[in-house]
Write a protein that binds this ligand. Structure first.
Ligand code: DGY
Length: 336
């Protein structure tokens, strides 16, 4: 089978594809491909290993050709892929969910929460600049977490791992989700709230939803679908926002305004509305931490992602349903 990999990935997992007798081509560029470059290279392949920066929809897969059987996305999130259009065509999509990735994202979320409330980046910058002239009682005063409330929006595997760690800091944890999760409530000692209640009560809000039409601009100044909710205004005055989910869950411009007004005290963002572009005003704000979409960037997580991305392709080629298939019911009508 012919496989195209849109960018080299860490580790030597891709070797396994070649050992299976498949013809593998890896993009020669160390950057995301333009849509034209991707098409040029992927035409005629049976399998595609894509990254979250590749936009894959019906038009793209039609141009690749009717022999395309599987798209293996090297990410947990798959909002870069039009799942419905690919499913309609019988193309299997796989992703890379694993404990290692979830742990990495949960750990990065905590790195951001702690960095934000203890002003680590700001303090580091001042120290390097030579501004430290001796101990002072009132420099870089932060906020304690003990007794504060953490609001988790989206209680999937990552959200639960974040909740578990919050207990170590003595925080109360509340969560919101489409459907209540009584089992996790019992196990983790957390409480369900509506989004509105959660935003009102939380000192720190952390986002762990996938990006869907329902969650796009969930945190904004005005709900874009005609409802009245103004979720940034609903947030407690002086609270913090952390986003390691997907950038468009937050309307970046509205967040900038809420930070400027002081309603939101600080934000830590690993993802941005229009990556890799970032609202430049965020860079001028000392109460904002930005990281370049690295929440899952640990050696351990990347290793698992590589394994899963490769096994997704190999499983489909050997007619075995992959454990990491995104939409199971496509299997019955898969292309052969
Ligand atoms: C994911 O897996 O969805 C991350 O955002 C990138 O690794």
């Amino acid at each position: 089978m012919k496989i195209f990999v849109t960018r080299q990935i860490p580790g030597d997992h891709l070797k396994k594809l070649g050992e299976g007798g498949h013809e593998v081509t890896i993009s020669e560029f160390d950057r995301p491909l333009t849509p034209e470059e991707l098409l040029e290279r992927a035409k005629g392949v049976d399998g595609l290993l894509s990254l979250l920066s590749d936009k894959i929809d019906g038009e793209v897969v039609d141009a690749i050709g009717p022999q395309l059987k599987v798209v293996s996305n090297y990410a947990v999130g798959f909002d870069n892929i039009n799942i419905d259009e690919l499913s309609d065509r019988g193309i299997v999509v796989t992703n890379t969910p694993s404990d290692e990735v979830n742990e990495a994202v949960a750990e990065h979320t905590w790195a951001l929460i702690l960095g934000l409330i203890r002003r680590i980046v700001e303090a580091d910058e001042a120290t390097r600049r030579g501004a430290y002239k001796g101990w002072e009682p009132d420099i870089f005063l932060g906020t304690s977490l003990k007794g504060k409330t953490l609001g988790i929006v989206g209680l999937g595997r990552i959200g639960k791992m974040v909740a578990r760690r919050a207990k170590g800091y003595g925080m109360s944890v509340i969560y919101t989700k489409r459907t209540k999760d009584p089992e996790s409530e019992k196990e983790l000692g957390i409480e369900f709230n509506s989004l509105e209640e959660l935003l009102k009560k939380s000192d720190v809000v952390t986002l762990h939803t996938p990006l869907t039409e329902e969650t796009r601009h969930l945190i904004s100044n005005a709900w874009p679908y005609g409802q009245k909710a103004d979720t940034l205004a609903q947030m407690k005055k002086g609270s913090f926002l952390v986003n390691t989910s997907r950038g468009p869950v937050v309307r970046e411009h509205d967040l900038v305004e809420a930070l400027k007004s002081g309603h939101i005290k600080g934000a830590a963002l690993d993802v941005f509305e229009s990556e890799p572009n970032i609202d430049p005003e965020l860079f001028g704000m000392p109460n904002v931490i930005t990281t370049p979409h690295i929440a899952s960037a640990t050696t351990e997580a990347r290793d698992e992602m590589g394994k899963l991305a490769v096994s997704g392709l190999l499983d489909v080629f050997s007619d075995k349903i992959p454990s990491n298939i995104v939409k199971k019911d496509v299997w019955q009508k898969r292309r052969k």
